[in-house]
Design a protein around this ligand. Structure first.
Ligand SMILES: [Zn+2]
Length: 303
């Protein structure tokens, strides 16, 4: 494959970049997509990104992330999500040497994490490019800012803890974002970061299905122009490299998720059956450590 005109890897600086396919384009995004985009992969750190860099206006991004971004889910799944959030915040407190005081959720969405942080009497801040908070997350004690992390321009060493779930895969420049997160975090402060795992078994099987169904030109990795708009993608190697490069030490790493996806949907609906059929695949992925998500708790260290 030709790698001469491709840029260097924004994570490790490596120049062994390969094109792995064309991105899929949804009808909603079709009006904005004019360039000839490719999904590419760094062979050194296994980071995935779109080339050339996507150039959408702020209004176009906002249009893509409207209310419909948050789908309906079952009560069981909502309860599970809530339990997961509680456990994550418990872990963050465990790994922080002091009591958490100032807390920020980057990409707070509907605001469930903000509600949980407030319940713990943490000084709670939420940030998102559009305000999709449910009513109870609009509590006056929560400071909400609309915009990105750079527009918020928080002071240096401000937060004890920053939570960033399903956000980093949506940004064009992850190193710049993580550097900004580090700047506003106190020394020893902790960051929760969760992203999809590009190195999952589900992607391997999907790739095989694409080849068999004559869609081999399309990439199974990233969804830059289709909900949920993942424009970059991580593996254990590339996430570790990105955190290391920006002055974080990983204190906890997990590969998780997949086996309960079928319980997200109402019984006997089409997605329910589809995800139930995929259950054996998710179970096989457990011992192979190729499950669909990865997350880390990382501590700010001296550079
Ligand atoms: Zn790389």
């Amino acid at each position: 494959m030709n790698s001469v005109s491709l840029p260097e890897c924004p994570i490790c600086g490596g120049n062994e970049i390969v094109m792995i396919g064309e991105p899929r384009i949804s009808t909603q995004a079709a009006g904005f997509v004019y360039g000839d985009y490719h999904v590419t992969k760094c062979k050194t750190c296994r980071f995935y990104f779109v080339s050339p860099e996507i150039s959408f206006s702020e209004q176009e991004w906002e249009k893509l992330y409207g209310d419909e971004y948050f789908g309906e889910m079952t009560c069981w799944w909502a309860r599970k999500r809530n339990k997961d959030r509680i456990q994550r915040l418990d872990r963050l407190q465990e790994y922080y040497h002091r009591n958490i005081n100032k807390f920020l959720d980057v990409g707070c969405g509907e605001g469930y994490v903000l509600i949980e942080a407030l319940r713990r009497n943490w000084v709670t801040y939420g940030l998102d490019i559009s305000d999709n908070r449910i009513d109870s997350a609009k509590d006056k004690r929560i400071t909400f800012l609309k915009g990105d992390i750079f527009q918020a321009s928080f002071p240096n060493d401000f937060f004890d803890c920053i939570y960033m779930d399903s956000v980093l895969e949506h940004v064009l420049d992850p190193i710049r974002h993580l550097s900004e997160i580090r700047r506003i975090l106190r020394k020893g402060g902790v960051l929760y970061i969760g992203v999809p795992n590009e190195d999952c078994l589900f992607n391997d099987i999907r790739k095989l299905l694409y080849i068999l169904s004559d869609r081999r030109k399309l990439s199974v990795h990233l969804k830059p122009f289709e909900s949920p708009y993942h424009i970059i993608g991580f593996t254990k190697e590339s996430l570790t490299k990105a955190l290391d490069k920006t002055g974080f030490e990983i204190v906890r790493f997990r590969n998780f998720g997949g086996e309960y996806e079928w319980r997200k949907y109402k019984f006997f609906t089409e997605p329910f059956f589809m995800h139930l059929c995929l259950l054996p695949l998710h179970l096989v992925a457990i011992p192979l450590k190729k499950r669909i998500y990865i997350d880390a708790i990382a501590r700010k260290i001296d550079l």
